[in-house]
Design a protein around this ligand. Structure first.
Ligand code: MG
Ligand code: ZN
Length: 265
C-alpha cells in the first residue's frame, strides 16, 4: 500500500487524544497532500475508508483484550533490530512470572514463530503475504484474526511483533495498549530524525545490541539527543538481547504495566 502519510504525529484521528504521547500538529492534513496525482481525491477517499475500518477493528481488538485482562504491546522496529531476539530472551527469563503470548508479524515465513516456540508461551503467526496483500505492516483486521487463535483468558501480556519497517507500522492502530520500539546501535544515530513518525508514536525505545558498541563508530549520546528532539517523553533503555545487559529494566517496565493495568470486570 505504500506510504499513507496520515498526520504528523502518526495518530489515526486528528481529534483523537487516546494515544499515549500524543502531540498535536495540525500542519498536515489527515491523509497528506496527494495533489501531485490525477487520482488525488479518490486516493484520499480510499485512505479514509481504510483507516476508518482499521480504527473500528482496533477498538474491537482492545475490547477483547480488556475483557480478558490482557495488556498488549505493539513492538516495532526496522528489520534486524532484534525484536525476536528480545522476545526470545524475555519469554525465557519471565517464564513462570508472566503468562505471555506472541503474535508474530512477517510478510513471509514462520521462522520467528519457530524461534519462540518451546518457551511456554503461545505464539501465532500472521504472514501478510497470505491473504493480506503482502503488506509491510500489521493492521487491526489482521490482528483480529490472530486474536481468535489465542486463548486470551490464559494470558496477562501479549506481544504483537510487527513487520520490520520504520514507516507504516507507526500509522496503524492494531488495538494494542502500548507501543514500543527497538532501535539497535548498528542503525546509526540519525534514525529518530529520519523516521520521526515512528519515534514519536512510542512510549519506550529499547536501544539494542549494546554489546557491539566497541566495534562501531556510534555516538550513543547523539542518538539519545536526536530521540529527545522528536520525542522528549519516551523512556529509553539501553540493552543487549545477546548478553542480557539492561534487560532487568525492561522486565521491570513490563511488570509495572501489568501492575497498573485494570482488572477485567
Ligand atoms: Mg522478528
Ligand atoms: Zn506498510
Amino acid at each position: 500500500m505504500g506510504r499513507f502519510h496520515r498526520h504528523a504525529d502518526g495518530t489515526v484521528h486528528a481529534h483523537d487524544h487516546d494515544h499515549p504521547g500524543h502531540v498535536h500538529d495540525h500542519a498536515d492534513d489527515d491523509h497528506g497532500d496527494h495533489s501531485g496525482y490525477a487520482t488525488a481525491s479518490e486516493r484520499i477517499q480510499v485512505l479514509e475508508r481504510i483507516f476508518d475500518e482499521n480504527d473500528a477493528a482496533a477498538d474491537a481488538n482492545r475490547r477483547s483484550l480488556d475483557a480478558a485482562g490482557v495488556v498488549a504491546i505493539n513492538l516495532m522496529s526496522s528489520p534486524g533490530s532484534g525484536k525476536t531476539a528480545v522476545l526470545e530472551r524475555t519469554l525465557a527469563e519471565l517464564r513462570g512470572r508472566i503468562r505471555a503470548g506472541v503474535i508474530e508479524g512477517d510478510i513471509e515465513t514462520g521462522l520467528d514463530a519457530e524461534r519462540l516456540s518451546g518457551l511456554d508461551a503461545p505464539v501465532t503467526q500472521i504472514n501478510t503475504a497470505a491473504g493480506w496483500g503482502g503488506e509491510c505492516h500489521l493492521d487491526a483486521p489482521m490482528v483480529a484474526g490472530a486474536l481468535h487463535r489465542l486463548e486470551l483468558d490464559g494470558l496477562e501480556l501479549l506481544f504483537i511483533e510487527n513487520v520490520g519497517n520504520l514507516v507504516c507500522p507507526a500509522e496503524f492502530d492494531v488495538g494494542a495498549h502500548h507501543r514500543v520500539m527497538i532501535c539497535s546501535v548498528t542503525e546509526g544515530e540519525d534514525k529518530p530524525l529520519k523516521y520521526p513518525v515512528m519515534f514519536r508514536a512510542v512510549e519506550l525505545v529499547l536501544i539494542n545490541k549494546l554489546d557491539l558498541l566497541p566495534h562501531l563508530d556510534y555516538d550513543l549520546a547523539l542518538f539519545e539527543h536526536n530521540l529527545a528532539e522528536v520525542n522528549p517523553d519516551a523512556t529509553v533503555l539501553r540493552v543487549s538481547a545477546r548478553t542480557g545487559e539492561g534487560l532487568e529494566q525492561w522486565y521491570g517496565w513490563l511488570l509495572d504495566l501489568l501492575r497498573a493495568a485494570p482488572t477485567p470486570a
